[in-house]
Design a protein around this ligand. Structure first.
Ligand SMILES: *Cc1c(COP(=O)(O)O)cnc(C)c1O
Length: 421
């Protein structure tokens, strides 16, 4: 039996309606930017396996470090104990995070990092005796699939059964250069009751909304409003973090820094699951007390797993290297050239780019998970390129180590697919 056949017996895949999509492709190995399936077919991983393995799959610089760490300290409880990988990671993060971030809290995935950010914001006010229970979030935002994260996600297409249990969230549109006054007016209206605890946002690029990009000055105005009204700002940089926007973090493009930041995905370079919620000293201080109940009583068994921390440290070292920074610039420039090639194509409605994230919208209306989307996906895969179109958007978010030749193949395959639709 093939892996594909054995898979069907016991496995239930994420975000999958198995009746409509019974087949999964079995991947047997990955190296650099290339995935190989059980039949020996190769695919360029042009979305870095959901924006994780930015330094390439099975990167030996990283795997060697982890293999050393595995022989020394594998796992230990992180309540009451500490260890060097966590300490070193916190020190390393301080060299790249926005200056105002000062404390690091660990969890296991992007959703829980947001969950923790929300809990920090709610308890921050609670500890100060300020009753605030409303959260603000962008329309079309995506923050994960646990309850708090789901509540703040505007893209809740299939959340019907759960909506009655959501947190109280008010939505604002993303700033587009023309709607800033209107956004501030609606914020003022909501803030009248003085019950807004926090604002959760994906800065500059909304990943799951199909790489929707918004206006930095507008975001700046919203964040300034939040600061002035003591609303805790929570930047979900799970997708945008670690170089993808051309800077270490999307928040680096904005003068007003977030109070809390959520990190995962590229944090651990695609090797192990881990997430971090970082915060300012001010947030931390609201929990620091002789009163035990003012502490943050949240924890996960694998918090600060030493192996995952080791991966993250190695990843940051690579991110800061000249080689990776040069690669990022190279990809940014290649995307710009590709944009000039494709932007006037009759099948292309619009294009956009932030850092190494490139997206184009097709001139065709289609469903997010509809038949045409499946047709595009199959075309890409049969041409050896792993791209996951979202609705009528095709986007590229390739590992930093993708070669010019591989990138050209991705571009060419996108040009070729336009002829077929
Ligand atoms: C992927 C993602 C999440 C959720 O992370 P998981 O690790 O899948 O739980 C949250 N926020 C953003 C912006 C993401 O891209």
């Amino acid at each position: 039996m093939t892996l594909k056949e054995r898979d069907k017996k016991h496995l239930w895949h994420p975000l999958t309606q198995h009746k409509l999509h019974p087949e999964a492709i079995a991947i047997t190995k990955a190296k650099g930017c290339v995935l190989t399936d059980e039949n020996g077919n190769e695919y360029i991983d042009a979305i870095a396996s959901w924006y994780t393995c930015m330094y390439g799959h099975c990167n030996e610089f990283i795997t060697n470090r982890v293999s050393q760490q595995m022989k020394t300290l594998d796992q230990v409880v992180f309540s009451g104990f500490t260890h060097e990988p966590a300490i070193l990671l916190s020190e390393e993060l301080m060299t790249i995070l926005p200056q105002n971030q000062n404390k690091i809290f660990f969890s296991d995935n992007g959703s829980t990092s947001v969950e923790i950010g929300i809990k920090m914001a709610l308890q921050y006010h609670f500890n100060k005796g300020d009753k605030r229970n409303i959260l603000i979030a962008f329309e079309d935002g995506f923050h994960g699939d646990t309850f708090g994260a789901m509540s703040v996600s505007g893209l809740s297409v299939y959340n019907g059964p759960f909506e009655d249990f959501f947190l109280d969230v008010k939505r604002i549109p993303t700033p587009n250069g023309n709607n800033h006054d209107a956004i501030l007016e609606s914020l003022k209206e909501i803030a009248k009751s003085n019950t807004i605890a926090g604002f959760v946002y994906e800065p500059l690029v909304q990943g799951a909304a199909a790489m929707k990009m918004h206006n930095a000055e507008g975001l700046e105005l919203i964040l300034k409003f939040c600061k002035a009204n003591k609303i805790i700002t929570i930047a979900d940089e799970v997708m945008t973090g670690f170089g993808k926007t051309g800077k270490y973090f999307a928040s680096d493009y904005i003068h007003t820094k977030p109070d809390i930041m959520c990190l995962s995905k590229a944090l651990t370079a695609g090797l192990l699951p881990m997430a971090i919620t970082s915060c300012t000293q001010d947030v931390y201080d609201a929990f620091y007390s002789e009163d035990i109940s003012k502490g943050l009583f949240h924890g996960h068994t694998y918090s600060a797993n030493p192996l995952a921390c080791t991966v993250a440290i190695a990843g940051i070292e690579l991110l800061k290297s000249k080689e990776i920074q040069d690669n990022i610039q190279r990809i940014i420039n290649s995307h710009k050239d590709f944009n000039n090639r494709i932007k006037n194509h009759p099948k292309v409605k619009s294009t956009r780019q932030t850092g190494i994230i490139f997206a184009l919208d097709l001139n065709i209306e289609m469903e997010r998970y509809g038949n045409l989307r499946d047709k595009l996906f199959s075309f890409f895969m049969s041409n050896g390129v792993f791209l996951r179109p979202l609705g009528n958007t095709i986007y590229i978010l390739a590992p930093y180590v993708i070669s010019e030749k591989q990138l050209e193949k991705v571009y060419k395959t996108i040009e070729d697919v336009l002829v077929t639709i």
